[in-house]
Design a protein. Sequence first.
Length: 254
Amino acid sequence: MDCKKALMESEGDFEKAIDYLRKKGQKVAANRGDRDAREGYVIAKVAADATKGIILSLNCETDFVAKNDAFIQFATEIADKALATFPANAEELLAQDLNGLSVADRIIENVGKIGEKIEISHFAPIQAACVVAYNHPGNRVATLIGFNKASNEQIMRDVAMQAAAMAPVALDRGDVSTEMLEREIEIGKEQARAEGKPEDKIEMIAKGKVEKFYKESTLLNQEFIKDNKKTVRQYMDENDKGLTATAFKRVALG
């Protein structure tokens, strides 16, 4: 009905009708700026030579829209454009040309058509000797992993699935931010005090909890989900000597 009204207002001029919808989209986008866009479509894609890949989340307000074929196609078109142009961040991606308009304007256009807030909530590129993407069924979670060399597809896919399932916050111990590490130490201290531990033991207990955090929350040090007697790092090295992950991105809705 919105399209029909746009054509009537534009006296059948297709280009003017598109402009009308874009203008309407700008107004709708402004009015819906405070709405939550927690649903959507997450997608990771890798180039034909497997040396680079992208991951993004195109968000909307409702599950109904997220599962719509047109919305999924739109998200896929943006992902294809991102893979072809390989922008460094979401801001650069929004400026890319997508069929005659910028990605940002195409989003506004779709806001006008759909009537929901739409946004790219996450975007990241990865470049490595070999990059593997994993899109979990339903496209609510996806991962992108960079490796130091090409290896057996199943091994690399296992690592990508590990990242999807276990939600690591960093690749390795040294990749955990100072802020996150300080927060974990403080939490460990407070937990120890709440358990009535002696004050002179608090620091040591907190450090022990940080070690546990590293094992649970950094990808290379996590227990491998298919064999919890070894870490992800050990699984890769045992199956392909010297293989390791050099970068990863995980995006999930919610």
